[in-house]
Design a protein around this ligand. Structure first.
Ligand code: DC
Length: 235
């Protein structure tokens, strides 16, 4: 028996560095779901604005940019390649500057309005796992399973540092500060702020390994979708 008779949606929301993308990708691979990284879409807009010299305050230029933007994902083994306007931007959007710019971009209502249909479109007709900040509250309020993945800021900062330290000279204090700033900006904006959906299940990953978090989610999937078998148990 397969996972479910109908397409289904799992959302994974939470603050920066909680492990949403790593875990969502693993669950997607186990259950053969489409993985949608909605944060990468905000990063793509930020990247395009910088490339085209568009000031975020220039509403008409930003509108023009949003009308023409093409964002595409392509799975490549463990990697999820991101393309914007036919250029591969997977690595270019993962810098501290892009972290900040994407957060600023994501607070602009016209950007959120433009990305919402694109985010829904990617999941159309498929079973998907969507990682973001408002995946369970705004993008897919009817999702079949909503996870809110959280962790102490110190654990999140340590993980981020580990991810980034190979390529950059950064320290724990500045990473912690950058995460705290982004948490504050993402949670306090007026449009679709980061918040846990009423029907989401909270998983605190502070003391858990990636595999332990995945196992918790798989357990919820097994219970919720009454599945057994191949996809759910085969890794
Ligand atoms: O998950 P991330 O760090 O790649 O996200 C980049 C920024 O986009 C982050 O500051 C929060 C924002 N974002 C959002 O507002 N809504 C989403 N669904 C996903 C990300």
């Amino acid at each position: 028996m397969g996972i479910a008779k109908k397409n289904f949606i799992i959302t994974v929301d939470g603050p920066s560095g909680a492990g949403k993308s790593t875990i969502s990708k693993k669950i997607a691979a186990r259950l053969k779901l489409i993985y949608i990284d909605t944060g990468a879409m905000y990063r793509a807009v930020a990247w395009a604005a910088r490339e085209q010299g568009v000031e975020l305050a220039d509403t008409s230029a930003l509108e023009q940019l949003l009308q023409n933007i093409k964002i595409r994902f392509q799975a490549a083994g463990e990697k999820n390649l991101v393309f914007c306007n036919h250029q591969e931007i997977t690595t270019a959007i993962r810098t501290p500057q892009m972290d900040k710019l994407a957060s600023a971009v994501s607070a602009i209502p016209i950007v959120r309005k433009a990305l919402l249909p694109l985010q829904r479109e990617v999941a159309k007709g498929c079973s998907a796992i969507i990682d973001g900040r408002d995946a369970g509250t705004v993008i897919f309020p009817q999702a079949d399973l909503k996870i809110y993945l959280d962790a102490d800021i110190s654990a999140r900062a340590r993980r981020r540092l580990k991810d980034q330290s190979e390529s950059r000279a950064i320290d724990l204090k500045s990473v912690t500060q950058a995460i705290a700033d982004r948490d504050a900006a993402d949670s306090s904006r007026s449009h679709a702020p980061l918040r846990m959906a009423d029907d989401a299940i909270l998983i605190d990953s502070t003391e858990l390994t990636i595999d332990e978090v995945c196992e918790k989610i798989m357990e919820l999937v097994r219970t919720r979708f009454e599945i057994c078998s191949d996809e759910a148990d085969n890794e």
